[in-house]
Design a protein. Structure first.
Length: 87
């Protein structure tokens, strides 16, 4: 069975019982982290461009891009579904 090790998901698993503000903070932290990684990957993609020798690397990089975009969608859903402080 494949194994996914993600500290953000581990924190999310154990956040039950904490105030909504803790969940919001975690989601915001994770969004910032994954936005940064996505920017890094996009810069690598731009630097590699259409180099024929980079095609295998670009395929691997594509999975990284998809993974980071999926994380952004997930944590956005978490954040959007979390009540704001005072609300």
């Amino acid at each position: 069975m494949p194994e996914l090790r993600d500290p953000g998901l581990l924190k999310l698993f154990f956040i039950a019982g904490e105030p909504a503000s803790a969940l919001r903070a975690l989601a915001q932290e994770q969004l910032a982290l994954h936005q940064g990684r996505l920017r890094d990957y996009e810069q690598i993609q731009a630097a590699l461009g259409q180099e024929p020798s980079a095609q295998t690397s670009l395929r691997t990089l594509r999975m990284g891009l998809l993974y980071e975009r999926a994380n952004l969608a997930f944590w956005t859903e978490v954040l959007d579904g979390t009540p704001e402080a005072g609300g």
